[in-house]
Design a protein around this ligand. Structure first.
Ligand code: BGC
Length: 261
């Protein structure tokens, strides 16, 4: 438990499912005030709101499409109106779909870049405005991926969005460090979430991915949530511009295990 998170206001984009939902519930356990953003599935968001409240926090749900500037502005403004301020912005909403790069349409490229990268920029910008105007030593956490450093064939739009996120986060961290506003990434590896459900339901594909993880198992969303609360808390007060990989060692060149090479 992180006592300083008690009563803090946190916005989580894509907070109704997957990693976002796990973070919402964990912030609830920390007695935070959680703004659960959802895109389409209101019912899912209502269920997560109830889980946050049951865990000990407060919650509201807000619909927003993070690719739309006016939606992101409204999301942050609603948080501020309902809970009086904003302390922590978690830009988590993301999407992926494999397509051979030579067949990837401009529309698909833009959809992924707009959701994963531009959405995170808009969320960061709106949070920064509030932090600066109100002299808040706020905290921004962007949900990146191991693919901010590992190239990923057929996911060129996804990998480019996460690679972009790495330098966006580092740049924002540097720009706002004098104001003690911290900006960090979490870089999950292969996690048990709806985005991967189909892939991991197939035992062959699951075993294949597991063989790329030195720790040998697909990560649990709660393991990402544990990293998020630490990064949001004062326990990590000197950490900024960093990507915290939560990946069971996936980024550490598993093909070299046991002295190969
Ligand atoms: C993706 C997952 C993938 C993992 C490891 C994540 O960023 O969302 O689909 O399994 O990276 O490749």
């Amino acid at each position: 438990m992180y006592e300083d998170l008690n009563g803090k206001v946190v916005v989580i984009t894509g907070g109704s499912t997957g990693l976002g939902a796990a973070m919402a519930v964990r912030f609830g356990k920390e007695k935070a005030k959680v703004v659960v953003n959802y895109y389409k599935n209101e019912q899912e968001a209502i269920e997560i709101k109830e889980k946050v409240e049951k865990a000990g926090g407060q919650a509201i749900i807000v619909q927003a499409d993070v690719t739309k500037e006016e939606d992101v502005i409204n999301l942050v403004q609603t948080a501020i109106k309902e809970f009086a301020t904003l302390d922590i912005m978690i830009n988590n909403a993301g999407m992926e779909n494999p397509v051979p790069s030579h067949e990837l349409s401009l529309e698909d490229w833009r959809k992924v870049m707009d959701t994963n990268l531009t959405g995170a920029f808009l969320g960061s910008r709106e949070a920064l405005k509030h932090f600066i105007e109100n002299d808040i030593q706020g905290n921004i956490i962007n949900m990146s991926s191991v693919h901010e450093m590992i190239p990923w064939p057929t996911f060129v739009h996804y990998a480019a969005s996460k690679g972009g996120m790495k330098l966006m986060t580092e740049t924002l961290a540097l720009e706002y460090a004098p104001k003690k506003i911290r900006v960090n990434n979490i870089g999950p590896g292969a996690m048990n979430t709806p985005i991967n459900a189909e892939k991991f339901a197939d035992p062959k594909q699951r075993a294949d991915v597991e063989s790329m993880i030195p720790m040998g198992y697909i990560g649990k969303p709660e393991e990402v949530a544990a990293a998020a609360v630490w990064l949001a808390s004062t326990e990590s007060s000197y950490v900024t511009g960093h990507t915290l990989f939560v990946d069971g060692g996936m980024t550490k060149y598993p093909s070299f295990m046991a002295g190969r090479g």
